[in-house]
Design a protein around this ligand. Structure first.
Ligand SMILES: Cc1cc2nc3c(=O)[nH]c(=O)nc-3n(C[C@H](O)[C@H](O)[C@H](O)COP(=O)(O)OP(=O)(O)OC[C@H]3O[C@@H](n4cnc5c(N)ncnc54)[C@H](O)[C@@H]3O)c2cc1C
Length: 329
């Protein structure tokens, strides 16, 4: 189903600010544009008979004698046996139904990125990650020069949501060129080729929700566990959640037991990845020269152990046909 949507991404190669290779991590994954993946999934679901309604903003959730009721901003309601809140990091389902849940935390890092056309040689199936002097930069060059890039840098003060959506590239590329001026030349060549609008997002995470389900309501994906982009796993974990919650509802007859089984099966996978993402994020914007030197000494060791763990993180076999029971582990 993913044919033509993305490209193979077998290796992450990490560099320091002078270009020295710190570690090479096998990931064996693919890079896919979010919009293309979302469209492909929606079209496949529609072909399978799933009905979509757009423009419905959830406002609240109430327990009913049999099941649960969702209320929407347009005044309509919907009843169901169970409600799966898949509404992202700023989840209304979480705010409405899990009132004591912690709120997402701003990590102090901004993420910008896009696609530029450069004359750099193709990086094949490798994505390069540069721990630059003042910010972190990732890139992959496709044959023909299509260059996927992103930059993460520290910005301690938090900007309001939506503040940076579709900003003019000129506004940020000047700042990015200054930030990355001491980093390897490829970084500057890519930034010089950036035009048009670019996406910029303050990075939040949400590490530990005491519970992901209550009664017949369950949170999945970023609504339950938003981990930031630092190990490139947020979307993958959300997709895994979707498959496993569906399996649990298919195989465990009681809805509440099915949702409890889902949470138990998923926590052991999600929690360690969330912690690793935050650790990686903390390395991206070291404050001073000593911190950078320490990072260069420690990071290869950290990344080598991450490389050993990478197999488990990036290759996670899931079999739709394998049944789940409320005793599965
Ligand atoms: C800058 C950045 C870079 C990232 N890079 C990567 C990466 O390289 N790899 C990776 O795997 N992950 C990455 N992620 C994380 C990834 O985008 C998320 O983990 C993933 O999108 C989570 O999927 P989700 O379906 O849980 O939530 P979302 O994708 O956020 O989807 C939530 C949906 O709910 C809808 N919604 C919101 N509120 C309501 C409401 N009240 N009523 C109804 N609907 C509502 C939204 O419109 C949206 O369609 C990145 C994230 C960021 C911010």
């Amino acid at each position: 189903m993913l044919d033509g949507l993305g490209f193979q991404n077998d290796w992450l190669v990490f560099h320091n600010e002078s270009g020295r290779v710190l570690a090479e991590v096998p990931v064996g994954g693919i890079t896919v544009m979010r919009g293309a993946l979302s469209r492909a999934l929606r079209e496949a679901a529609e072909r399978a008979g799933v009905r979509f309604e757009f423009g419905k903003a959830l406002t609240s959730i109430e327990d009913r004698d049999v099941g649960v009721q969702a209320r929407f901003a347009d005044g309509t309601t919907a009843q169901a046996r169970a409600l799966i809140g898949a509404d992202g990091i700023h989840s209304r389902a979480r705010q409405s139904y899990f009132a004591d849940a912690p709120k997402p935390t701003y990590t102090g890092i901004i993420n910008l990125g896009g696609i530029a056309t450069t004359d750099l040689p193709s990086t094949g199936t490798t994505m390069h990650m540069v721990f630059g002097r003042r910010g972190f930069f990732g890139y992959a060059v496709r044959p023909g020069g299509e260059t996927y890039w992103f930059s993460n840098f520290a910005r301690p003060e938090e900007s309001p949501r939506g503040h940076f959506s579709n900003v003019d590239a000129g506004q940020f590329t000047r700042e990015l060129l200054a930030l990355h001026r001491d980093d390897p030349p490829e970084v500057r060549r890519i930034l010089q080729a950036v035009h048009g609008e670019i996406g910029a997002y303050p990075v939040h995470d949400l590490l530990s929700l005491p519970t992901w389900h209550r009664g017949s309501v369950c949170l999945v994906g970023d609504a339950a566990h938003a981990i930031g982009p630092h190990v490139g796993q947020g979307a993958s974990l959300a997709l895994e959640d979707a498959l496993i919650v569906a399996k649990c509802l298919r195989d465990v007859p009681d809805v509440r037991a099915a949702l409890a089984t889902f949470e138990r099966l998923r926590r052991t996978r999600v929690d360690p990845i969330a912690k690793q993402s935050r650790r990686t994020g903390n390395q991206k914007a070291p404050a001073n020269w000593i911190a950078r030197k320490m990072r260069d000494l420690i990071l290869p060791i950290f990344l080598r152990s991450a490389a050993r763990a990478a197999g488990e993180i990036y290759r996670y076999p899931l079999d739709w046909n394998e049944p789940v029971s409320d005793r599965s582990s």
